[in-house]
Design a protein around this ligand. Structure first.
Ligand SMILES: C[S@@+](CC[C@H](N)C(=O)[O-])C[C@H]1O[C@@H](n2cnc3c(N)ncnc32)[C@H](O)[C@@H]1O
Ligand SMILES: O=C(O)C(=O)C[C@]1(C(=O)O)C=C[C@@H](O)C=C1
Length: 243
């Protein structure tokens, strides 16, 4: 996987364009996400552990918004149930091109199919485990319930969904505190004030965070019998929901 350092926002941009998952981002993505999302490596490792528990024989596992396939790799190394296929989906060609190169080099008996598609319109079937690792936050809010519903409807009984998201908080004091600590986390990982500020501007119209309750209520509304938050670091969280 690419070892390039993210310097995309390191020089002054007169007009900061909306953030896109293009070639520039795909080239530096492993470095960008590790330095930007507190707990990212921990979440990915645990997605592997959960996939091992939930993957049912002769079923499908979906990595929705897979980027370069980090969660797919974590799952692939752990799934032992026979006849499982991982479907790794993203609508960014730039990401998928690079993920294919990376996944082809992996040695595992669990097959992976990569697909360039919009997950809001994806046909989901025979699913025992699905992952939305920091993907739903980029989908238009009015399409989020139908996306979760589609996943639920395509699931087998006992299947699980892991949903990881950046959070917002209704309480302005809490919102400010956790956002500031997130920015401290980024600075501690080598991003300058300029990089933090320009990235914030780039994502503010495309990454639309919701509260933990918004996510839990939507998971319940879609039909999941259990929906629980299992991880949080500053304003980043992960949830698990069981059909
Ligand atoms: C923050 S990245 C996900 C990181 C990845 N899941 C991981 O664990 O490394 C969000 C990804 O979602 C993809 N994405 C956003 N909207 C999408 C959609 N409607 N359909 C498919 N992929 C989408 C983006 O192209 C991007 O690669
Ligand atoms: O919130 C931020 O500042 C981020 O950079 C977060 C985030 C994300 O959560 O996906 C935004 C875009 C990139 O995909 C990597 C990280």
């Amino acid at each position: 996987m690419s070892q390039e350092t993210d310097t995309i926002y390191s020089t002054v941009q007169t007009a900061v364009a909306d953030f896109k998952f293009d070639d520039k981002v795909a080239n530096v993505f492993p470095d960008m996400i590790k330095r930007s999302v507190p707990g990212y490596s921990h979440i990915v490792a645990n997605i592997g552990i959960l996939a091992e528990q939930y993957a049912q024989p002769n079923s499908r596992v979906y990595d929705l918004g897979c980027s370069l396939g980090a969660a797919t790799v974590a799952m692939r190394h752990r799934i032992h149930a026979p006849g499982v296929k991982i479907i790794a989906v993203d609508n960014s060609e730039a990401m998928l091109e690079r993920s294919a190169q990376f996944l082809d080099a992996e040695d595992s008996p669990t097959p992976v199919e990569t697909k360039c598609a919009d997950i809001t319109e994806l046909d989901i079937r025979q699913c025992s485990f699905a992952v939305l690792n920091f993907t739903l936050q980029f989908i238009a809010p009015e399409k989020r319930l139908q996306t979760i519903q589609r996943i639920y409807d395509g699931m087998l009984p006992g299947a699980a969904l892991v949903l990881s998201e950046k959070l917002r908080f209704d309480d302005p004091t809490q919102e400010k505190l956790l956002a500031e600590h997130h920015h401290d986390f980024k600075r501690a990982n080598g991003y300058s004030d300029l990089e933090v500020s320009q990235k914030r501007q780039a994502i503010e119209r495309v990454l639309l965070p919701e509260t933990a309750d918004d996510h839990l209520n939507r998971l319940k509304a879609a039909g999941f019998s259990i929906a629980s938050q299992w991880f949080q670091s500053f304003n980043f969280a992960s949830f698990i929901a069981i059909k």
